[in-house]
Structures are given as C-alpha cells and as structure tokens.
Design a protein around this ligand. Structure first.
Ligand SMILES: C[S@@+](CC[C@H](N)C(=O)[O-])C[C@H]1O[C@@H](n2cnc3c(N)ncnc32)[C@H](O)[C@@H]1O
Length: 263
C-alpha cells in the first residue's frame, strides 16, 4: 500500500542559514538552558540501556556534544553531526568524530552505521520523509534509530500569547507524530517503540519564557512568510500580558515523540 503524506509547507522552505546562525549564537549558553532536551535525552538513554550496543553511532543534530560522553559508554565510535560549526566547537569536547553537515544532505555511505541517536533535532529537517529514507540506507541491517522529535502541539503557550497581535503564525509548525511514524515505515523501518511525551519548562515571567526559546536557538520560523520585523516594546508588552500563567509561572511545553526504529 502506498501512503501519500504531505509535508507541511513550512518545512519545505526552511532557511538553513537562519537556523545555522541562530543555533551558532546560542551555542555558548545552550547547555545551561536545555532543560527539556536533557530530560528527553535521559529517556532515550533509558530506552537504549537494556539493549546491547556497539560499533558506530551517529549523533544527528548533536548540538554542543552534550550527549557524546554518554554515547561513548555504549559505542566504540561516535560521529557527532551538526549544521552549526559553533555548536560542535564548544569547550565540552569529549573525544568523538565531528562533522559539520546538513541532515538533509547526509554525507554518509550506505550500510555504515550501527545506530543513529537524535535528540530534539530531527524536527529541523526540511524533508523528514527523505531523511528517514537516507538514515535507513546509512544503517547496517539490524541498526537502530533512537530519536526524540518535537511534534505538533508544542509551544502552545507562545502561540496563545502571540495570538493577541495578529493571526499570523509566530512559531514553527511541527509534524504530527503519526506522520513521522508513517514516514519511518515507508522508509522500511520496523517500529519497535513509540511514545508521546510532554516536557514542560516553567519560568518566573513570560519574558523569561520567551527568552528561553531564543537561548536554545529555536526562534527560527521555518515558514515562507517572513516575520514583519522585530517586536515593538508595546507589542512585546501585549504578548507578555496575554501569556497564560499556571500557578504564577509561564510554561513552555514541548510535545515530543520518542521512537525506537530498526532496519
Ligand atoms: C535543540 S538542539 C539539540 C542538541 C542536542 N541533540 C541535545 O540533545 O541537546 C538542535 C540541534 O540541531 C542542529 N540542527 C538544526 N538543523 C540541522 C540540520 N539541518 N542538520 C544538522 N543539524 C541541525 C542545531 O544546530 C542544534 O545544534
């Protein structure tokens, strides 16, 4: 059976340079702000824990190598790949191979990887369906993918706050978990495990919540529609006023699908 899935338009026109620049600017302070990312990584490592691992693991969208040391406890070789050179060049430098490359142009040979680990990164692909096909091809038979991918429903508080300004989309659009699973199956993967999780950060003020998105480099709008310039002070005040609070805290929630795939 052939399933036709339409990738959201926004992902087909992502601006790689903007994404690269934003993440590069965020590189130095990324690790101290990436709370939910740490939680998701811990879940992925738990999924991997019971399985015997060895060989070569690709850390796709590795960021400032925050997961490399842990991956090194499982694998002989870790290949950290990221679009941002600054991310790969941060001081935290556990021994691993590093390659600055775009996940949508994977510089990998067929049947060479034993595992792909990707935490909070695959949502940046401009073509997730093609990426999963290419990862399938790069993996050896029996090779696994452990991935956490941000999906539809994320950043809903920020979306709600910005709705006071206009009807434009102010946050990135994300795939549905079910589409990602379909793409994985179309690529040829067996789905060993899938789970939805919601990771929540809580901040003392809406402004801090908005800044947190910037601090992890995730402000790039992957849409064709360009932002209408920076927010004026008045607009920013309106957004902060409209930001929903829970117990006095401004939350930022990330809806994520955790996957274990096998070739
Ligand atoms: C939210 S960070 C996750 C970093 C790390 N995996 C972690 O667990 O904290 C997403 C990373 O994906 C990288 N990235 C974004 N688009 C990419 C692309 N097209 N190819 C490779 N890496 C990309 C960014 O530079 C950033 O370092």
């Amino acid at each position: 059976m052939s399933v036709q899935l339409q990738a959201p338009l926004s992902f087909q026109h992502s601006n790689k340079l903007t994404t690269q620049t934003k993440f590069s600017k965020a590189a130095a302070n990324y690790a101290s702000h990436a709370n939910v990312q740490k939680q998701a990584a811990a879940h992925l490592f738990k999924m991997m824990a019971s399985k015997h691992q060895q060989g070569t693991c690709l850390d796709l969208g590795a960021g400032p190598l925050v997961n490399t040391a842990m991956l090194k406890t499982h694998f002989d070789t870790v290949l950290a790949m990221d679009l941002s050179h600054s991310m790969l060049s941060t001081e935290q430098n556990p021994r691993c191979l590093k390659v600055c490359a775009d996940m949508d142009n994977l510089p990998l040979q067929q049947n060479t990887l034993d595992c792909v680990f990707s935490n909070f990164a695959m949502q940046w692909s401009a073509d997730l369906e093609a990426l999963l096909k290419n990862l399938f091809s790069a993996l050896k038979a029996g090779g696994k993918v452990y991935s956490s991918c941000v999906v539809d429903g994320s950043l809903k508080e920020i979306k709600q706050a910005f709705a006071c300004l206009d009807e434009q989309n102010h946050i990135n659009q994300f795939h549905c978990a079910s589409h990602i699973i379909e793409y994985a199956k179309l690529a040829g993967f067996k789905l060993n495990f899938a789970a939805d999780r919601c990771y929540i950060d809580a901040y003392n003020s809406p402004l801090e919540a908005l800044r947190s998105i910037k601090a992890i480099g995730a402000t790039s709008l992957q849409t064709k529609q360009k932002r209408q310039g920076l927010l004026t002070r008045q607009a920013l005040n309106s957004v902060c006023k409209a930001y929903p609070l829970v117990d006095g805290h401004a939350r930022v929630s990330y809806q994520v699908v955790l996957l274990e795939l096998e070739k």
